[in-house]
Design a protein around this ligand. Structure first.
Ligand code: SAH
Ligand code: SF4
Ligand code: F3S
Length: 480
């Protein structure tokens, strides 16, 4: 254990004493809730925060009325920011009736000074603000914010960078049977629209032995599916200190290592940047049938002019050729993507070019976003911002194509049998359970909560756009 790790462990113990004192005065165990606003990485950070809170003695609940509430924010698009401010007002009112309660705000938004200033000015009831780089100091911050002498004071601790990666901190998984695993932090790509490199900092990879150890421990603890997380997993192990390359290796090597850990039934990863996806990676997927038959490959735009201005490092021909190579080697793989519409300078012809790529690749699903101007990014300063109505028009056109193709592709699997990892009871119909196929498609089928966390064979009876209605079948010859 490093000195940093020991310091944080000691802080968890001190916070634990404070939680015990609170428990005595309340006559019950205090509760804590961590709300995730962002991506899988944000969600994984929330699990770490919840782990620390639990180890300090809080009972973790899914209710914002908790005694300790954390908002883990996202700032990738403007509506993510709006969601936070919308929620804060209501919490402020509730907090007055519970003077012992604490509210923390952390995550990507807090790496931007303007948001922190706004909280200081208009939401003084927030007790603690911290950022992405010092998430690992949460035990010390928790200890400080629970100290009675700090009641009513706002503690603000946001770092502008870090080169440290702390191992061995607790985490509390949302699902017992699946888990995200960080393999790297930050991003060095600087796509011109994107705020992530500014709020998550430079790329840092974890050592492969630490990652494999974590996955082994997760497998021993009942985890059957892991998702390896990084903003661009293909650059895992690059940009590491000279002479230490052997401690990392390449992403395909790491992926194979994870897939070969006993007990791991399914491995996913997010996100792969098209500019440096290697043939070795495709081969690794092909040769391991427990690596999910799903590749999320963000296109962003199909127009070469726009791709260049986005600084994506590939053109549409390169992207199409890559998809062909992948499909030729792994025919049952489902490709999904992210697309931005309304990037500065985008014309209806550029949208046509994007739609052409969507038609050629035939994505199983695509997340479509309206361009959101993020201050501090290069594209925010581009003069030719696209009017909202023009962007919306392109967006609607693209969405229709995406939905049409996704529905056709989903339909092709109708009647086949797939292996579903059951995740939950269906939210709308308690007679159904919901799970995912290896190719990440959602399936709803009759069943009860005893199936949660299990892999079951399901016939895909009816394709419904982006999901299936299925029926459980017996036997063991799953097709995907
Ligand atoms: N590292 C991942 C993506 C992280 S953000 C990758 O490169 O694929 C997830 C998605 O949000 C991006 O793929 C992009 O489509 C979208 N996005 C990012 N910044 C955006 C912005 N300013 N406006 C609209 N969409 C954006
Ligand atoms: Fe953002 Fe580009 Fe990095 Fe993805 S690769 S996080 S889109 S800068
Ligand atoms: Fe949002 Fe931060 Fe993820 S900005 S998308 S939570 S890396």
């Amino acid at each position: 254990m490093t000195i940093d790790e020991q310091t944080q462990r000691d802080a968890i113990a001190r916070a634990g004493d404070r939680v015990r004192a609170l428990s005595l005065s309340l006559g019950r165990k205090p509760t804590a809730c961590v709300v995730t606003f962002g991506c899988q990485m944000n969600a994984r950070d929330s699990e770490k925060l919840a782990g620390i809170l639990e180890e300090s003695g809080f009972s973790i609940i899914d209710d914002e009325d908790a005694d300790f509430l954390i908002y883990n924010t996202c700032t990738v698009r403007e509506n993510a920011d709006k969601r936070l401010f919308g929620r804060l007002g209501a919490v402020g009112a509730r907090k007055k009736e519970k003077p012992w309660s604490r509210l923390a705000v952390c995550g990507c938004m807090m790496q931007e000074e303007l948001h922190v200033d706004r909280l200081k000015k208009s939401y003084p009831f927030v007790d603690l603000i911290f950022g992405t780089h010092n998430l690992f100091t949460f035990p010390s911050l928790l200890d400080a914010v629970l100290a009675p002498e700090n009641a009513g004071n706002m503690i603000v601790d946001v770092w502008d960078r870090t080169d440290r990666i702390l191992e061995h901190l607790p985490s509390k998984r949302k699902y017992p049977f699946k888990s995200g695993v960080n393999i790297m932090f930050g991003c060095d790509n600087f796509c011109t629209y994107c705020i992530v490199p500014y709020v998550r900092g430079r790329e840092r990879s974890r050592r492969s032995a630490d990652i494999l150890d974590e996955v082994r421990r997760l497998a021993d603890d009942g985890v059957r599916e892991v998702m390896l997380l990084g903003q661009n997993v293909n650059s895992y192990g690059k940009n590491v200190p000279a002479g230490e390359e052997a401690a990392y290796g390449s992403f395909p090597e790491l992926l194979a290592g994870v897939a070969e850990i006993p007990g791991i039934r399914r491995v996913r990863f997010m996100t792969s940047h098209p500019k440096d996806l290697s043939d070795e990676l495709v081969e690794t997927i092909r040769s391991h049938d427990n690596i999910a038959r799903h590749l999320h490959l963000p296109l962003q735009s199909g127009s070469d002019r726009i791709l260049k201005r986005m600084n994506r490092g590939y053109d549409s021909a390169g992207y199409l050729a890559l998809c062909e190579r992948i499909k030729a080697r792994v025919p049952d793989i489902a490709l999904t993507t992210d697309i931005i519409i309304g990037f500065p300078g985008e014309t209806p012809e550029d949208v046509d070019a994007t739609i052409d790529v969507v038609r050629s690749v035939r994505f199983r699903n695509a997340f479509t976003f309206l361009y959101s101007r993020r201050s501090g990014t290069p594209a925010a300063g581009f003069a030719d911002q696209v009017p909202k109505e023009t962007a919306q028009e392109g967006f609607d056109r693209l969405l229709r194509t995406v939905q049409e193709i996704a529905a056709e592709e989903t339909k092709k699997q109708e009647g086949s049998v797939g292996e579903v990892l059951v995740e939950s009871v269906n939210e709308n119909d308690a007679r159904l359970v919901t799970g995912r196929l290896s190719d990440n498609q959602l399936v709803h089928f009759p069943g009860d909560e005893t199936l949660i966390g299990q892999f079951v064979r399901v016939k895909l009876c009816e394709a419904k756009g982006f999901y299936y209605i299925g029926q459980r079948v017996q036997g063991s010859d799953a097709v995907h």
